[in-house]
Design a protein around this ligand. Structure first.
Ligand code: FES
Length: 87
């Protein structure tokens, strides 16, 4: 598990192993636009301001993934204890 920090409010949201980042956000009233929810379309891609994502999508290129400044919240997770999202 890891946690997500919402940059605009400082809110910290824990993401359990058995839920997606998207589900954790929605449970806290934060709705990111989504479409495929499978890491394909890129609709949910959100700016990443801090932390290291564990990219699980097939939308971002390897180069974009390495830049570590955006993340598909429908399916990706974290390698660092916390991700800071530009929400
Ligand atoms: Fe399609 Fe996340 S909703 S990539």
């Amino acid at each position: 598990s890891f946690e997500v920090e919402i940059a605009s409010t400082g809110q910290i949201i824990p993401v359990r192993k058995d839920e997606s980042m998207l589900e954790a956000l929605e449970d806290n009233g934060l709705f990111v636009p989504v479409s495929c929810e499978e890491g394909v379309c890129g609709t949910c891609v959100t700016r990443l301001l801090g932390g290291e994502a564990d990219h699980k999508d097939v939308f971002l290129t390897d180069k974009e993934k390495a830049q570590m400044d955006q993340v598909a919240v429908c399916c990706s997770r974290a390698k660092s204890p916390r991700l800071i999202l530009d929400l």
